[in-house]
Write a protein that binds this ligand. Structure first.
Ligand SMILES: NC(=O)c1ccc[n+]([C@@H]2O[C@H](COP(=O)([O-])OP(=O)(O)OC[C@H]3O[C@@H](n4cnc5c(N)ncnc54)[C@H](O)[C@@H]3O)[C@@H](O)[C@H]2O)c1
Ligand SMILES: O=P(O)(O)OC[C@@H](O)[C@@H](O)[C@H](O)[C@H](O)CO
Length: 494
């Protein structure tokens, strides 16, 4: 079978939208599934509907990645967005043609730096996971490339400054998509730190601040990536081999914090895209992280221990879905300040999104790094609920016991901490220090384990035993989990 290329599509008389040649106006750090199903999809639609006429040059942020595969397919890949829209099942296929090529800075960093000499380049987009926006002082200006993403970006911006530093309007609009708080501002802070550390000069620092706009953004779309189980059948139907098929839900929402003038250059309205440009992205972020991600993190670990494997099946189980809804409607929403109607609409859409018949969202995938996720996504609801109601939120408190039960593994391997569900092994994945902690406490009594977890200020940034009644309530739930399982605990809370 022929592989996907412009030539293959021509031979097939492909009649969908394609943009073979256009100036590279976007540099993107990150070539993963999420960016390709979200940012690059939006750019592709802007090209088609709003004359954006831009290609995206990708830069692989770490040593291993997809650059060869992407270049072999001339940047083309097939995206499937699937789910329900207005009560109808929808399966939208689109060949994305906005990507020109993918550069690997570890084999040819100069090729990346050369992009800085392209006068058309105007946007930088990125998603380098929660780990990517980090300041690593060991990075040097002379490294080819600096290992950290902000280090690479600083090297790139310096080349731009050298080339166009005297001209106005030649800096970048930088759209950061990482799921950390204030992603754009954090990225800017790291870049400025490198500029200082590397003595790149006051003029460069002034240019960074004046000519570049670092936007913090909130992203929302469930992206499930390459459909391993269906890929052969899909390629058969497409009539070409596509190693980069990407899949996700239809829902998508991008909130960009920045000046309205961005729209003059980034025609999101003209292309009728679900992209909001606003002076404050935080309420949207809070709504999404607390409700959607918070729901995931609070029910997924208990549901996994109850025998479930994917999100959709949980939505068809009255007990688990009931537990999740109770958590959202009774314990999370009352802690948020946005208009109630908006919160309820968002929450009800979340349940529908989780039921998406096309999305097999694995509970184990969501369980990755649950310690920091529980802290960022669930703990703020716990604390705000206590502050507002003067009592403990039962489901959220139980979810902490689910988290402990899930992490109560017995053997550390290269892959993670091995634990058992109903006699079968699964692997807990989290930072090494977290896994080592749980290994050291593997044989603790309920009381000792809960006490050790609650008082681990490295995990939570504070001592959770200071929350009145919390430790005792978690002990009670963990005891019940050990006696009758997470499912019965969820049931008892409905
Ligand atoms: N998949 C989703 O539904 C979804 C939705 C919203 C946000 N996200 C977030 O997007 C991120 C990427 O998800 P994905 O599905 O594209 O995964 P992926 O594995 O397909 O891609 C990961 C990308 O991150 C880069 N990367 C990995 N570790 C890095 C590091 N230490 N420093 C710099 N770059 C690094 C990789 O090079 C690659 O480009 C995740 O952090 C996820 O939380 C995912
Ligand atoms: O992607 P993670 O691992 O940060 O979190 C798991 C899910 O909560 C997450 O992927 C959501 O589905 C996504 O954030 C929806 O936009």
């Amino acid at each position: 079978m022929k592989k996907l290329s412009y030539e293959t599509l021509k031979e097939q008389n492909y009649s969908g939208y394609l943009l073979e040649d256009a100036p590279e106006r976007v540099l993107q750090f990150g070539e993963g599934n999420f960016l390709r199903a979200f940012v690059d999809y939006f750019i592709d639609v802007m090209n088609e509907k709003a004359g954006f006429n831009s290609k995206v040059v990708l830069c692989q942020p770490i040593r291993s990645g997809l650059s060869d595969m992407i270049n072999e397919q001339e940047g083309l890949y097939t995206l499937f967005l699937r789910g329900f829209q207005d009560g109808q099942e929808v399966n939208k296929k689109r060949v994305i043609s906005c990507v020109s090529r993918c550069l690997n800075p570890y084999s040819d960093f100069e090729a990346v730096l050369e992009c800085a000499s392209n006068p058309d380049l105007r946007f930088i987009t990125c998603n380098t996971t929660e780990a990517g926006i980090a300041y690593d002082p060991s990075c040097q200006f002379t490294d080819t490339p600096a290992n950290s993403y902000p280090g690479k970006l600083t090297q790139f911006l310096y080349r731009r400054f050298q080339k166009f530093g005297q001209e106005e309007g030649k800096g970048f609009i930088i759209l950061s998509c990482e799921l950390i708080d204030d992603n754009g501002k954090e990225l800017e802070k790291c870049v400025l730190k490198y500029a200082e550390q590397w003595n790149l000069g006051e003029d460069f620092i002034a240019w960074i601040k004046k000519e570049n706009t670092f936007c913090s953004t909130l992203v929302d779309r469930i992206v499930t990536g390459y459909p391993r189980n269906e890929a052969d059948a899909i390629c058969e139907e497409l009539g070409y081999k596509d190693n980069l098929i990407d899949t996700g839900e239809i829902f998508g929402f991008w909130v960009i914090e920045g000046p309205q003038s961005i729209k003059d250059e980034f025609p999101v309205d003209k292309a009728e895209l679900p992209i909001l440009i606003t002076d404050n992205h935080k309420p949207y972020k809070q709504r999404k992280v607390r409700i959607l991600n918070g729901a995931h993190t609070s029910f997924v670990l208990g549901a996994y221990l109850a025998g479930q494997d994917i999100v959709r099946d949980c939505m068809h189980d009255d007990v688990i879905c009931g537990f999740m809804n109770k958590t959202i409607y009774d314990e999370i929403i009352p802690t948020l300040n946005l208009p109630k109607e908006e919160l309820l609409d968002f929450a009800s859409a979340v349940t529908e999104r989780f039921k998406n018949p096309f999305i097999d969202h694995a509970l184990l995938a969501i369980s990755l790094n649950s310690t920091s996720k529980w802290k960022a996504r669930v703990m703020p609801s716990l604390k705000e609920y206590i502050k507002r109601q003067g009592s403990l939120p039962a489901c959220i408190t139980a979810s902490f016991a689910f988290y402990i039960a899930f992490f109560n593994g017995h053997t550390l391997t290269e892959d993670g901490l091995v634990a058992s569900r109903k006699g079968n092994d699964y692997t807990v994945k989290d930072d090494k220090n977290v896994l080592e902690f749980y290994l050291a406490h593997k044989d603790d009594s309920v009381e000792d384990l809960v006490h050790a977890v609650c008082t681990n200020t490295d995990f939570w940034g504070e001592d959770l035993t200071a929350l009145e009644g919390f430790e005792a309530a978690v002990c009670n739930y963990l005891t019940q989990i050990r006696e009758k399982g997470t499912y019965e605990v969820m049931k008892s809370l409905l």
